[in-house]
Design a protein around this ligand. Structure first.
Ligand code: HGY
Ligand code: MN
Ligand code: MN
Length: 417
């Protein structure tokens, strides 16, 4: 099994990796991310798993109940209509998996660790001769990061019915390409019959390393959102325009970024402006427009509402002083998620290393979307020695990754036999 994991891990390592930063650019429906999707299909075929997919490009590779090899007809050309998939038994299915897309200049583990670990966990169960009483599916949801079309967990929101296709089709990337130009469609179907979902993910924080634990279970996901601040001013000459005559949106933005940081620190919450687009972005001109995205994450929905409302109010007040205008649009909001406590406790209890810790996270996941749509869901976290994520520096040790594979295999055995 270990070489399985390490072989698969080394397959993925070079795909979409920047030669300069060492980070990953695996935006959905770009060449590197499509190469990973093809790799996944190949891994499914090599294991005789029945490959299922939907119009959005979400994938599930099913291990059929008696642990046998599924008819080639399903393993080769996956049917694309739900009726054709009927022959595939997913009733009572236990799903496990994650995503293969990355943030811009992201780490290697966020997403792919959950997919590779799921395949390796199926390998381990098979090597141990375990025959599940329920179908076990390995899933890949597309555009989990929302790094291209702006809405986090876009693939799992469509597959679980959390968002209608009509609302998703018009989402555009930074080049103006619409989502409906890169996918056929989207909607529920792929998850019919799925009774529970377990996502393994690298921890994006230091809780496990501070506890000295290799594996943990998620208790909750903080509510969080992404808000587009559109600051408008008047373009003008950087040299000849007196300071008192300026209508400078960069100033309003800068004060808003400082205000968000201060507000989050005062409230003990999280706020980040990590993306800014300046027009015309000239060196010797006062800009006409500054677009900036606030990523806000709080320990409760009330706190999130209050933080965003306070920052919006302070931005508006500053705009009045600067003579600029500001418009705020919520682009992606995820409500608080509390994972099924009984399922989390059942998964975390009685292991060789004792009970696994049950810990919260402020990172969003497809598991949060499926949980919110009523599918009993759990998450396993693998220790991240630095806690760093959404960065080329994201890492996890191979022994911890193998401990995660084993933990996932144990969990699947508990849930599916
Ligand atoms: O942004 C997030 O919380 C997650 O990593 N998609
Ligand atoms: Mn992420
Ligand atoms: Mn992730």
């Amino acid at each position: 099994m270990p070489d399985d994991f390490e072989r698969m891990w080394s397959d993925l390592a070079p795909v979409g990796r920047s030669a300069t930063s060492g980070g990953y650019f695996r935006q959905p429906f770009t060449a590197p991310e499509r190469e990973l999707a093809d790799w996944f299909r190949e891994q499914a075929r090599a294991r005789g798993l029945a490959l299922d997919s939907d119009a959005t490009g979400n994938l599930v590779a099913w291990w059929d109940p008696d642990g046998g090899i599924v008819p080639d007809v399903l393993a080769v050309d996956p049917p694309d209509s739900v009726s054709q998939r009927q022959g595939l038994s997913r009733t009572g299915g236990v799903l496990t998996g994650s995503h293969l897309d990355s943030v811009l200049d992201g780490g290697a583990y966020d997403g792919p660790l959950g997919v590779v670990s799921a395949l390796a966990a199926v390998d381990e169960l098979r090597e141990r001769g375990v025959v599940p009483a329920r179908p076990i599916g390995v899933s890949v949801f597309v555009e989990e990061e929302g790094s291209r079309f702006g809405l986090a967990c876009l693939g799992s929101r469509l597959a679980s019915g959390a968002i209608e296709w009509e609302k998703a089709r018009g989402l555009r990337d930074r080049d103006g390409v619409a989502f409906e130009e890169v996918v056929e469609g989207g909607g529920p179907g792929l998850l019919d019959g799925v009774e529970m979902f377990v996502e393994l993910h690298v921890e994006q924080g230091r809780d496990l390393v501070d506890r000295g634990a290799a594996v943990g279970v998620a208790s909750e996901i903080w509510p969080h959102g992404r808000y587009r601040f559109d600051f408008r001013g008047e373009a003008n000459h950087a040299g000849t325009t007196r300071m008192e005559d300026r209508v400078d949106p960069m100033l309003t933005y800068a004060m808003t970024a400082l205000a968000a940081n201060k507000q989050a620190r005062l409230a003990g919450e999280r706020a980040t402006f990590g993306r800014v687009e300046v027009t015309p972005n000239g060196t010797n001109a006062v800009p006409s427009q500054v677009l900036a995205w606030l990523d806000a994450r709080c320990s409760s929905e009330a706190a999130l509402g209050e933080l965003v409302e306070t920052v919006t109010r302070q931005a508006t007040e500053r705009a009045e002083r600067d003579g600029t205008a500001v418009e705020v649009t919520a682009e992606s909001v995820s409500d608080a998620v509390t994972f099924d406590p009984a399922l989390a406790a059942r998964i975390a209890a009685d292991h060789e290393s004792g009970d696994w810790p049950v810990i919260p996270t402020a990172a969003g996941h497809d598991a949060g979307i499926l949980a919110a749509q009523g599918i009993p869901t759990a998450m396993l976290f693998v220790r991240n020695p630095t806690g760093v994520s959404h960065s080329p520096a994201e890492t996890a040790s191979i022994p911890d990754c193998l401990a995660g594979v084993h933990a996932l295999a144990e969990t699947l055995e508990r849930l599916a036999t």
